[in-house]
Design a protein around this ligand. Structure first.
Ligand SMILES: [Fe+2]
Length: 244
């Protein structure tokens, strides 16, 4: 499997608290069955502003251990939605996933989306990037209105769900929404969104078992490996929006 969404780098955001914890996370990822991990530190103006070079250095620091453990590290960001996403990419403040067209985007975790969310998504797509919306199941406005999720997919966005959502880690409403999205074939990618050791990776067998109630083995393979590989290699992921 390839983990598309992680906070395993220390001194970068609210993720790993130390170099040692980062190494422990790599061991946990390997044991859970991952061979690749995309480092996606938060980028949110005024809160998390580590730039691309800083993140690259943090990945280099971990590279000896990641090679020894057998985890390939890729660079990315989880970018908080704003009018300036494309400008941040162009100015080397943030990076797409492994320099592909794919951009991991975090929407507002509030009752309502920020006003021009759809326009921002359209603008990102117009500039030839492909937005991947992180954890759609966690946003109240998607929980209450699945049509909003469909609209985002029709615009050309993709969805990355968090593994732990299926286990009720973020509450029953999140779990219920994920089940709805899975049944509607609206999830293209899975990631752990891991921040700390002994949280997500050690529970992966439980999450996979819970997901297998709603997805076939082939579908789990597609969402956890085949589609993440397409992202890393900058290959197209097609969504049949006519069936939504
Ligand atoms: Fe995250």
């Amino acid at each position: 499997m390839i983990d598309l969404h992680t906070h395993i780098l220390s001194d970068t955001d609210d993720g790993s608290g130390s170099f040692e914890e980062s190494v422990a996370l790599l061991y946990e990822a390997k044991k859970a069955g991952f061979s690749g991990v995309v480092c996606t530190p938060h980028y949110m103006q005024q809160f998390y502003e580590r730039d691309v070079n800083y993140i690259n250095n943090k990945i280099q620091e971990l590279s000896l251990d990641s090679k020894r453990i057998g985890i390939h590290l890729y660079q990315g960001n989880e970018i908080y939605i704003s009018n300036e996403v494309c400008k941040f990419i162009e100015n080397n403040k943030v990076t797409t996933i492994n320099n592909s067209r794919y951009v991991l985007l975090e929407l507002a975790l509030e009752e309502k989306p920020i006003k021009n969310t759809i326009e921002i998504i359209e603008d990102i797509i117009k500039k030839e990037y492909i937005p991947i919306i992180a954890y759609p199941e966690r946003y109240p406005y998607i929980q209450k209105n699945i049509e909003y999720a469909k609209e985002l997919l029709r615009k050309g966005a993709l969805f990355q769900a968090n593994y732990a959502s299926i286990d009720g880690y973020y509450g029953s409403q999140v779990k219920k929404t994920l089940i709805k999205l899975l049944k509607g074939k609206m999830i293209q990618l899975l990631g752990t969104d891991v921040h700390k050791k002994r949280t997500m990776y050690i529970n992966m067998p439980k999450y996979i078992k819970a997901l297998s109630k709603y997805l076939s083995e082939d579908e789990i393979h597609e969402l956890s490996y085949k589609n993440p590989i397409k992202v890393i290699h900058d290959e197209k992921i097609t969504v049949d929006t006519d069936k939504l």
